[in-house]
Design a protein around this ligand. Sequence first.
Ligand SMILES: N[C@@H](CCC[C@H](N)C(=O)O)C(=O)O
Length: 283
Amino acid sequence: MKLKFTKMHGAGNDFVVIDAINQDVRFTPEQWKQLADRRFGVGADQMLVVEKPSTDGVDFRYRIYNADGGEVEQCGNGARAFVRFVTEKGLTGKRAIKVETMSGIIEPRLEADGGITVDMGAPILEPERVPFDASGLQGKAEGTDTLWPLDVNGQTTWISVVSMGNPHAVQVVPDAQSAAVHQDGPAIEHHPRFPKRVNAGFMQVVDRHAVRLRVFERGAGETLACGTGACAAVVAGIRRGLLDSPVRVTTLGGELSIAWAGPGTSVMMTGPAVSVFEGEIEI
Ligand SMILES: N[C@@H](CCC[C@H](N)C(=O)O)C(=O)O
């Protein structure tokens, strides 16, 4: 089958984006994995599939597949790439777009200056809904957050747990550049206390409005940026009393701006989304 796609990125988190409104797209997890492969396929952290919505009043449905072939609930950088894609392809003329994802409806907006802001919805803070199994653990209160002790490679790591529709474990590190992302990331991702696995964030607080962040993503390994990871890290930092909104998040691939007014309110994310090239692949 021949498949037309657009290669895109948001702060270096890269995507193969596919129009499934005008193409028939039915892939197995193995085929998604092959497409994401940087030697045997196109290469991407995630594949984004744009479909017709299944709900009235919604403009599109967008599905997300990790590089390991698994379908997941949410992708922040992907949401911005999605807006750039549907706009550039002429699939909509709207600037405020309602889109269904596996974890609910989000509302990205194309700004007059070409930037894209996404209302990512309110974070989920109850451990069992992340989901995180806190049974038998003694949490430690910090600000309005609870830090949980996690045994990672024989050491205790204190983490905040946050869901942005997808699960995140965030830890504060003294220096993001030298953080043990590749040693501890896989152990956190597969820790038995996270029944759906987890994205592992390593956040260095620079000042009350700026952090450096690296994320070892579930199903993709370390990426140059993770949008939902940035949202989760800022939520954790604000709850811990370390940060004030808005926060500039510097990732390996660029900068994101995250604003959050507190529990029950939406996290707002602004950042870049770039089309790199158009392609066609036989799969
Ligand atoms: N890169 C993404 C997140 C993609 C999904 C994630 N790996 C997961 O499995 O939850 C982002 O920008 O949010």
